[in-house]
Design a protein around this ligand. Structure first.
Ligand SMILES: [Ca+2]
Ligand SMILES: [Ca+2]
Ligand SMILES: [Ca+2]
Ligand SMILES: [Ca+2]
Length: 470
């Protein structure tokens, strides 16, 4: 694959319009419920001599800075290796999405370029994103095929640019003398958030850009008079820290707009990162104290303390949601000294408090037999939170697996798209407090099937039902 120069600076101005999508409302701060942390699998990724820091995680892959270079680690295979530096004097500020690592490469007297390296094909040298002469590009972030970075050549205080690794099109998102920096990209590559600092580098706002139909729309997530920073996004929420009344706390707001939420903490919160509906952050008693890593569950309002080391500062966290629903957090810790940090990870399962029970006409005991010619089987679930029925139903998706008869396994979604319901989203019936999905069965054939319901935010299966077709 070869990247070509395609900074469409003259063209994209027509595509980009800054819109304020925020409302000025901040809800009263949410008081979280502290929960014991479930069993944790801890891995020390690198505690060698020297300074390792700035880890980022995506699934099993971790990218981090080690001295003047970037290393990567795979938590499934324990592979740990350095990205080859070639003519570079220094590689820095990495991010990872899947096996692809984006970072800045300093080639003295030539340029500071944004590079992408695929750890799954380590024999292939890093490739420059949007190659151009004399560039000064820093702060690369990657999600899916989207790489965001700050270009100091376009404007001395930095401009936000996104490059699409599949189409090789680059889009300049800002055109102003304000400092722009510290971008993050959602895992699907469709939302970018960053710090936009119109007055001073210590009093920034949060900007966002959302891609829809190939066009990026820039908006303001928050621009209060207080400093906001360190944004991250899961494509539906933007999280950031903000100093209100002089103390840094955790805030979040929907990408689509709406009220700002604040987590009630008496301590200093820094550097939030989000995966699914889980926010990892660093918490310290004061700015002079050591910090620990916490994870907040937005859906269930639960707070988990991941580290508890009063003598050690854990910092620079990142979080990922694994396909099986487990969470994984990485961070740098300073037990060997502030200039000799190490990289660590914790993997754990925060079991959801939600459960869903299958409803008629599918029997709970799996004894229901429907005639495939009937065309549609209504799939209905009722939701419980901590065992008690609830009518506030978060978005959920349906999946179907054949367990006996015919070819076993997951049913292709398109095979169940009948005049019935389409897509995989449950409808929510507010009258009966039930999830409902009319499953088209005429093409499924005789056999035994399991329907599952997953919370859309977490991908965790919270209920299932079994039926047969004849
Ligand atoms: Ca700017
Ligand atoms: Ca601000
Ligand atoms: Ca600590
Ligand atoms: Ca070290």
């Amino acid at each position: 694959m070869k990247f070509r120069v395609d900074i469409r600076t003259g063209v994209v101005c027509f595509l980009v319009a800054t819109v304020a999508i925020f409302s000025s409302i901040t809800l009263s701060a949410i008081v979280p419920v502290a929960q014991p942390l479930p069993a944790v699998t801890s891995v020390t990724i690198n505690n060698t001599a020297g300074d390792q820091y700035d880890p980022h995680v995506s699934g099993d892959w971790v990218a981090y800075t080690d001295g003047l270079g970037i290393r990567y680690y795979n938590l499934a295979t324990n592979v740990d290796a350095a990205i080859p530096m070639g003519a570079a004097a220094r590689d820095l500020l990495s991010d990872v999405s899947g096996s692809r690592i984006a970072f800045s490469r300093v080639i003295v007297g030539v340029k500071t370029a944004v590079m992408v390296f695929d750890a799954a094909t380590p024999a292939v040298a890093p490739i420059e994103v949007d190659p151009a002469p004399d560039t000064i590009r820093l702060g690369a972030a990657i999600g899916g095929n989207t790489v965001a970075y700050v270009d100091f050549g376009l404007e001395g205080n930095g401009e936000l640019v996104v490059s699409d690794l599949s189409t090789l099109v680059s889009t300049r998102l800002t055109t102003d003398a304000s400092a722009d920096g510290n971008p993050s990209v959602s895992p699907d590559g469709n939302v970018v958030v960053w710090e936009h600092c119109p007055t001073s580098l210590t009093n920034c706002d949060i900007y966002q850009a959302v891609r829809s139909g190939g066009t990026w729309s820039v908006g303001i997530t928050t621009n209060t008079a207080s400093p906001e920073g360190n944004p991250d996004t899961n494509a539906s929420l933007v999280v950031y820290d903000s100093q209100r009344a002089g103390v840094s706390h955790l805030f979040w707001r929907p990408v689509g707009g709406g009220a700002e939420n604040e987590l009630e903490t008496v301590n200093v919160v820094r550097n939030p990162s989000i995966a699914g509906s889980y926010i990892a952050f660093e918490l310290a008693a004061t700015i002079f104290d050591t910090s620990d890593i916490f994870v907040y569950d937005v859906v269930n309002n639960r707070l988990f303390q991941v580290t508890n080391t009063p003598l050690v500062t854990e910092q620079l966290n990142d979080i990922t949601l694994l396909p099986d629903g487990r969470l994984r957090v990485v961070w740098a810790s300073d037990e060997d000294g502030a200039d000799a940090r190490n990289i660590k990870s914790a993997t754990f399962e925060v079991t959801t408090n939600y459960s869903a029970a299958i409803q008629a006409p599918i029997n709970v005991n799996g004894s229901s037999v429907f005639n495939a010619k009937r065309g549609v089987v209504p799939v209905k679930f009722a939701l419980a939170l901590n065992g008690s029925p609830v009518c506030q139903l978060p978005a959920a998706t349906v999946s179907v697996v054949r367990t006996a008869g015919g070819t076993l396994g997951t049913i292709n979604e398109t095979d169940v798209l009948q005049p019935s319901d389409s897509g995989s989203q449950f409808r929510i019936d507010a009258t009966t407090c039930q999830y409902t999905y009319n499953l088209g069965v005429s093409s499924l054939g005789a056999g035994t099937y399991v329907v599952q319901i997953r919370l859309a935010d977490t991908a965790v299966v919270i209920g299932a039902g079994t039926f047969s077709l004849k």
